[in-house]
Design a protein around this ligand. Sequence first.
Ligand code: 6PG
Length: 479
Amino acid sequence: MSKSDFGLIGLAVMGQNLVLNVESRGFQVSVFNRTTATTDEFIAAHPDKKLVGAHTLEDFVQSLATPRKIQIMVKSSAVADTDRDAVDAVIEQLIPLLDQGDIIIDGGNSYYKATERRDAYLAEKGLRFIGAGVSGGEEGARKGPAIMPGGPTSTWEVMKPIFESIAATAEGEPCVTHIGTGGAGHYVKMIHNGIEYGDMQLICEAYNIFKHAGFTPAELGQIFTDWNNGDLESYLIQITAEIFKQNDPETGKALVDLILDTAGQKGTGKWTILNAVENTVVISTINAAVEARILSSMKDKRVAASAELQGPTASITGEKAALVKKVHDALFASKIISYAQGLDLIKTMGAEKNWGLDLGKIAAIWRGGCIIRARFLNDITDAYRSNPELSNLMLAPFFTKLLNEFQQNWREVVSLATLNGIPVPAFSASLGYYDSYRAAVLPANLLQAQRDFFGAHTYERTDKPRGQFFHTNWPDVIG
Ligand code: 6PG
């Protein structure tokens, strides 16, 4: 039998679908899974495909053409760069079986610091490593995901034909690009996920306002369908419309109303926040989204507090169409802020790490395949293509215009929700960022005075050149 072009380890659903995707582009693929029965079942289910099922890692490695291209799709659990997890275990087993120049690709949601460690470790052994973020869920893996590979350019060049053939396309361009060296691919996937958290929370806040205004799931299904036919068009808006239309077969009720309000999370959002703090970058929308999941998970405490802590009873009346327009504007404006913050973090970190990141290219590959794919990523791509040095997405003329247009309705929605006791942490965090960023003067003069008061930390003055520092002998309040 001829040698395979590509090998994949880990036949969970994502792995299986990626294999079928690669095979469908004309490549022969070898597969290995720790539980051999899974391998056998998978091969048996696809008798007419160019697949090779191996029962041992030795056979698997021997079945591949060199330089071998082996993608690992096992669950990563490392939360620190020093943690060892299933990805490391597979790598250790592979090392003695591989030849110089062979390529290992980690396609899971690995922590970028672990990716950097693995990259350095494998390079010492003469092996090549690509940490590739893969987005799009199970369906994306089968039909075309967005792929965010990081690693040396020369290794990317070897992988490019396979990656480009299996990726989704947007505007005729494949949704894959060489993100940068080292851990850049997994890093950018992590921020993608942070942005995904922001998008999802903003949609949930819109839903919560509508729910308190008495909209039925059927009405919500229609609103989101309409939005998906307009400037908010995106995968997450599309699936939200479908969710509202789904009835529970057992009770006939809208399924969404039967789902418990406690959100799960696997860690990429938390990593994004930690990284933002490390880089001194504000990502308040994503913060709010992660924290909203944490608060949602405290169901028992919330139920207990709901009997103790008072607030208004929501009563939202008035013309529904007007409310829909206002919430649309609040959602869109907040979404722009969330992307502005996420991209700011990518830019800052890219410069810090010297990854040579290109925000235009990153935005371009997010236009298709991935969970955050959205029509407005075309406009983000255009913004960075026309000005790669853009200091903040809000200041790209297209987005400045939109924010100026939306800001009044955005304020009204945050006020309305707040007066009705409906939590909108991501809408309001976004608006707070917008108002802070556009404020020529903030109250930090007082803050500096406080710092100088208790710690002699000094301050600059508005009437003296920047860079001169002053200290005042403040009154003694302790006595
Ligand atoms: C994707 C998704 C995918 C997954 C994340 C988020 O891009 O395909 O981001 O990677 O949904 O793991 O999961 P949590 O919501 O559980 O953190």
